[in-house]
Each structure stands twice: as structure tokens, then as C-alpha cells.
Design a protein around this ligand. Structure first.
Ligand SMILES: [Zn+2]
Length: 159
């Protein structure tokens, strides 16, 4: 899904229109969850630097260590399309459901690529939503200088 030309944008933070598009995309993605074990379907959508939106949903695995969260699935969806500059991640559920620690850590490495914060939009049925930053939800994340240069190199692909 494409929202608008990035040249119209002057802010990294998602605006109201972008947030509404993210919520709609995440709500639709929730319908396709493979939540046969967890019985908890979640929808997610990622907004990239280019103003594109990529959806994801959670996929349970029949083996206990398998499975993927909706947020991570949405980020992976963006990466497949060479969109590695992640501006925002929206999570949609019946109530306010926040990203798990693993997903927040995953987002942190994309912050290292862009050098900017990932905004998290937590949206629930009925239209209410709140925004947080990944740093706010996981302030003491793991970061290693060993990977900084390699991660920064990916930013060049998206400029
Ligand atoms: Zn997660």
C-alpha cells in the first residue's frame, strides 16, 4: 500500500492520515492470523521512510519454538521489499496490546539502521489508539557497537 509521495513529508513522525492508514491495514491483517494455538490474532502494519505500508499478522507454529509475532512479520514484509527505514509500527487488537520484548528489540535494530526512533501505534477496536516510542517501551535494549557499521550500511539502500 502506498500513501503519498515522500517529498510531501517533512516529518519522520507519522501524521494523522498515515496513522489512520496504518490502523486500517493492521485491522485487515488481523483477519489473516494463524492463531490456532494462541487463539489471539493480532494485526500489524509498518510505515517506511518512503511512505509505504506493509502488513503482518501473527503465525503460530506447531513446534513450540516456532511462530512469529505480527509486528515482526510486518517488518519482515517491509524488508522483502527493500524498505529498511522503519518510521512506525502499528499493532491492532480488540484491546490495547503492546509489542512483546522480542519485537521491541527487533525494532531497535531498525532504529540503528535509520538512526531515528520507531513510533509505535497501539490501536484497538472502536478507533482508539495511543502512540509510544520503541525506546519508551524498551529503554534498556541490547545494542552492540560491533554491528553498528553494518546496520548503517543498509540505510544507504533506502536513500
Ligand atoms: Zn512480539
Amino acid at each position: 500500500m502506498y500513501i503519498r509521495d515522500i517529498t510531501m513529508k517533512n516529518s519522520w513522525q507519522p501524521d494523522k492520515t498515515e496513522i489512520e492508514c496504518l490502523i486500517k491495514a493492521a485491522r485487515e491483517a488481523k483477519e489473516y492470523a494463524l492463531a490456532f494455538k494462541s487463539k489471539h490474532s493480532i494485526g500489524a502494519a509498518v510505515l517506511t521512510k518512503d511512505g509505504k505500508i506493509f502488513e503482518g499478522t501473527n503465525i503460530d507454529g506447531i513446534i513450540s519454538s516456532q511462530g512469529i509475532c505480527a509486528e515482526m512479520a510486518a517488518i519482515n514484509h517491509a524488508v522483502v521489499h527493500n524498505q529498511k527505514m522503519i518510521r512506525a509500527v502499528c499493532v491492532y487488537d480488540v484491546g490495547f496490546t503492546y509489542p512483546c520484548g522480542v519485537c521491541l528489540q527487533y525494532m531497535a535494530q531498525f532504529e540503528q539502521i535509520s538512526g531515528r526512533d520507531v513510533t509505535i501505534i497501539v490501536a484497538k477496536e472502536g478507533g482508539d489508539w495511543v502512540t509510544k516510542s520503541a525506546k519508551e517501551l524498551l529503554p534498556k535494549r541490547y545494542e552492540s557497537k560491533n554491528f553498528q557499521k553494518d546496520l548503517k550500511n543498509y540505510a544507504k539502500q533506502n536513500q
